[in-house]
Design a binder for this molecule. Structure first.
Ligand SMILES: Cc1cc2nc3c(=O)[nH]c(=O)nc-3n(C[C@H](O)[C@H](O)[C@H](O)COP(=O)(O)OP(=O)(O)OC[C@H]3O[C@@H](n4cnc5c(N)ncnc54)[C@H](O)[C@@H]3O)c2cc1C
Length: 489
């Protein structure tokens, strides 16, 4: 029986395993195995649920609800009741400018203010900054083609918009550097809008009007029918819930932890077709007819080195940024801050080590044992300050507490803290990313049964990873059952 090996037990690999299992349940005569090097499943999704009732997210704490794959997956798994919405009655995000938290004006879509009054009254931008942003209506469009996010925003909306809005959003959320980020690979819609409407603001307003028109009367524009959704959503027991549900649905004997692939050779199978011989670090080997690489691109690069050095080279060209998260639980009686909001982001120019801070126990229900506590989560590091992700624990905590004191006036000691480090964990879609993907596709196509999936390629978010893992597995299953010629990446 033909077999597919899935390397990596994060959300991409587990989604792939589930898709293969569904193909088997649907009659495909194939086998599979998932190999995860660490003792736990989930990869970057890592929720710690403490005995005393804290739900602490080490990696992602939510997902964006505009991409349907996670809802489709949950429906198949029968766990739709696990989703939770953010507490939008206190939906305020702040940006730290000149040592003061300033509210992000209502109506900001991606990086563009679209509502007049909040834009006029906000103290996030200076008047010269606002006038410069309004010039977007008149600045002629440039020749089509990719550029960095920074160059685009500077050109269309001005430097202040870049410094105070685009920069903190992409650094705090994507751990990225706007000066190197490829717009075509990250926000292609912004390039399209400039070409179509001649102005990004006009484009956003047109998009908003179209959504309003399409929405049924009385419904929130863009909102699908069914249970309430908010832009960012999470799960009752933390994002690990989706991992637990995938594991529950899997064939347990085919999901192996502490199973690290050290290297792979391409060989001829007994039937004369291409096969892959996986060398495990414990000295054993596994032979598979197809491989889904659901590990980050840099890990995949190491594994394909013996098979295709050019492919390994391009995979290694995708940079990965390091970051750290620290969650701090405070006793409410020790602090005066009201935590009314979702948290704040910090522009690079402000000179802080903290990049972003989520007021987790306000944004999400069920993160603290009771209202005697408040929990916040801080992100450090990212593409431009990776060294901060590796500060020793005591120094990291010291820096964070000092900066929280400065910004939020908190000088109490936290009751508990949790630190998680993420070395080389955030793929960076820098200028040239789409060309790299083309080369990867070309090279991978030369190896029948080789599929690459995950956040390193076409979207880092959890829904993107689910989509990518599912698609790769479906293509692998189709390849193994000889239904179609597979497409790669
Ligand atoms: C701090 C942080 C915050 C984030 N926040 C969000 C967020 O709020 N929302 C969101 O949507 N996304 C967020 N992301 C991104 C998202 O978490 C990731 O893109 C996604 O979880 C990646 O899943 P994956 O399965 O592709 O990769 P991973 O989770 O990295 O899983 C890959 C797995 O492969 C295993 N592996 C690697 N090499 C081998 C080998 N040789 N043999 C066997 N196993 C191997 C690894 O151990 C790992 O478990 C965040 C990421 C980080 C780091």
């Amino acid at each position: 029986m033909k077999k597919v090996a899935i390397i990596g037990g994060g959300i991409t690999g587990l989604s792939a395993a589930y898709a293969v299992k569904r193909a088997i349940d649907g009659g495909a005569d194939i086998d599979y195995v998932l190999l995860e090097k660490s003792p736990r499943l989930g990869g970057k999704i890592h929720t710690e649920r403490t005995a005393n009732g804290f739900v602490v997210e080490g990696g992602p704490d939510s997902f964006i609800s505009t991409k349907p794959s996670i809802f489709e997956l949950a429906k198949k798994l029968g766990c739709e009741d696990k989703f939770i919405v953010s507490n939008d009655e206190v939906k305020k995000t702040y940006i730290l400018v000149k040592n003061r938290l300033r509210e992000l004006p209502d109506g900001v879509m991606m990086i563009v203010p679209t509502k007049v009054m909040p834009f006029i009254t906000t103290d996030l931008f200076s008047w010269p900054g606002k006038i410069r942003m309004a010039m977007d209506f008149f600045i002629p469009k440039k020749e089509p083609g990719d550029e960095t996010l920074a160059s685009y925003v500077r050109r269309r909306l001005g430097k202040e918009c870049l410094d105070r809005l685009a920069d903190p959003l992409v650094a705090g959320i994507y751990s990225s550097d706007p000066e190197t980020m490829s717009l075509a690979a990250t926000f292609p819609i912004l390039l399209d809008m400039e070409q179509k409407y001649g102005s990004i603001t006009k484009g956003m307003i047109a998009a908003m009007k179209a959504r309003l028109k399409a929405a049924p009367q009385g419904a929130k524009p863009g909102a699908p029918a069914g249970p309430k959704r908010t832009l960012h959503m999470s799960m009752k027991g933390g994002m690990q819930d989706i991992i637990d549900e995938l594991y529950k649905a899997a064939d347990k004997d085919k999901i192996l932890v502490n199973a690290e692939v050290a290297g792979i050779d391409e060989v001829k199978g007994e039937d004369g077709f291409t096969a892959y011989k996986l060398q495990m670090t414990d000295g054993t080997t596994i032979v598979a007819d197809a491989v889904v690489f659901a590990s980050p691109s840099n890990d995949a690069a190491t594994l394909v080195e013996n098979i295709d050095t050019q492919l390994a080279g391009v995979l290694n060209e995708i940079p990965q940024a390091s970051s750290a998260t620290i969650s701090l639980a405070y006793r409410r009686k020790d602090i005066k801050h009201d935590f009314k909001g979702f948290g704040f982001l910090v522009p690079l120019g402000e000179g802080y080590k903290v990049k972003g801070c989520t007021w987790s126990s306000t944004k999400w229900s069920g993160r603290i044992p009771n209202n005697d506590y408040a929990m916040i989560r801080v992100v450090l590091g990212g593409a431009r300050s990776q060294e901060n992700a590796f500060l020793p624990d005591d120094e990291l905590e010291f820096v964070v507490k000092a900066e929280l004191k400065k910004v939020m006036g908190i000088d109490a000691e936290p009751a508990e803290t949790w630190i998680f480090r993420w070395p080389n964990a955030m793929p960076q879609y820098t200028l040239g990313h789409l060309d790299r993907l083309k080369k990867i596709k070309e090279r991978a196509s030369a190896h029948p049964g080789m599929f690459l999936a995950g956040g390193s390629y076409r979207g880092v978010g959890i829904p993107d990873c689910i989509n990518s893992g599912t698609k790769a597995a479906e293509e692998a299953a189709a390849y193994l059952t000889g239904i179609t010629e597979p497409a790669k990446v």
